[in-house]
Design a protein around this ligand. Structure first.
Ligand SMILES: [Zn+2]
Length: 363
């Protein structure tokens, strides 16, 4: 495998915007791109020639919409690049390799069954990466890891919870980078999941919350087109917002946190109460951040998705009844249990070819 240099990144916002428009699926023409981006067709030609020279996009045919010359259509070339994503939990590594479109080429699952000491963990992550590295065509850009937080995305460090464990403070990104010699990104699982959803649906989730329920309960936000990370890479810890004063004792030391209430309800087989807790979390996020889409994902949500979706839709309908101009769509991630691994891989794609955070995609 060839370590990709950072120079593989796109030339700028316009190149990224063309790629994002092309990622929506349908082949695009020069004229359509020029109109969508509010630039001249000549400018689009330059961008397209840069992207086709690098194999990221290609001509896929022509149409003749009327009299005159046929129009050339362009698409992204999914097979031109690959990225690996690993979903790390305390007892499992779920890995995928995806193409430039974010489609899965291969997946692997490894049960470690326990919290491995850090040196052993790095060996495991490296071995899983190497096992996926030769699958599929195209340049391999790097590996992304999504794991339960708190994670410092900028530093690539797992911060650890209030009860320190073997991984607390581990510079996982740097250690794995030294082991593999390729770019590595480390992120909170719910953020990785949202980046992945955004990658495969460009423009749809510019004002969105993703609520992830795995072993814990967390959320991530995209506001005005930009992923929200916060001062300590810690935004979206919705699981530790209080939904019931004086409620169940939480692992964080407080009472009535959404995560503790949710887990307590499920432990008592009270699926309806758990769904109500989730609905409260969603409603609070909608009220706080004014999102128009909420994506639900994670292994625990899939097991109870019908009840959860019903409770959330009901709570939203009741709460927003007096404000008919507020539309919030609730959807279930289509990625199933691959959600976080795919998202972690898409973070690598996003890092190389994504829109600069300040730029919102044109409609
Ligand atoms: Zn808590």
């Amino acid at each position: 495998m060839r370590p990709t240099s950072p120079l593989d990144r796109v030339a700028g916002a316009h190149d990224a915007a063309v790629l994002a428009l092309a990622r929506r699926g349908e082949p695009v023409s020069r004229g359509e791109l020029a109109e969508a981006m509010q630039v001249t067709p000549q400018a689009v030609s330059k961008i397209l020639s840069r992207l086709t020279d690098r194999g990221l996009m290609g001509e896929v045919g022509t149409i003749t919409p009327g009299p005159g010359k046929p129009t050339t259509l362009y698409s992204i070339v999914p097979s031109s690049r690959r990225a690996i994503g690993l979903h790390l939990t305390r007892s499992r590594v779920h890995g995928v390799v995806v193409d430039l479109a974010g489609e899965i080429l291969e997946r692997r699952e490894l049960e470690t069954g326990r919290l491995q000491p850090v040196p052993e963990l790095i060996e495991t992550l490296a071995a899983e990466t190497r096992a996926l590295a030769d699958t599929g065509p195209g340049d391999l850009l790097g590996v992304g890891i999504g794991m339960p937080g708190p994670v410092d995305w900028a530093e690539g460090v797992y911060r650890g919870t209030s009860e320190p464990d073997a991984w607390s403070g581990a510079p996982i990104r740097q250690l794995l980078l030294e082991e593999l010699g390729m770019p590595v990104l480390l992120d909170h699982d719910s953020l990785a999941a949202l980046v992945g959803e955004k990658w495969s649906q460009p423009g749809l989730l510019d004002h969105a919350a993703l609520v992830l329920v795995e072993d814990g309960l967390g959320a991530s936000l995209c506001l005005d087109g930009a992923i929200v990370r916060g001062a300590h890479s810690h935004a979206g810890e919705a699981g530790h917002t209080v939904v019931r004063m004086g409620g169940v004792l939480c692992s964080c030391g407080r009472r009535g946190c959404a995560q503790a209430e949710y887990q307590a309800a499920l432990a008592e087989d009270d699926e309806d109460r758990a769904a109500d807790v989730l609905a409260t979390v969603v409603l609070n996020l909608v009220r706080l951040a004014d999102v128009d889409r909420v994506v639900l994902g994670g292994r625990t949500v899939y097991a109870h998705h019908a009840t959860s979706m019903d409770a959330i839709r009901r709570a939203l309908a009741e709460s927003l009844e007096a404000e008919p101009w507020l539309h919030v769509e609730v959807m279930l991630s289509t990625r199933g249990t691959d959600l976080i691994a795919v998202g972690a891989a898409c973070e690598v794609l996003e890092h190389e070819y994504g829109l600069p955070q300040a730029l919102v995609l044109p409609d």
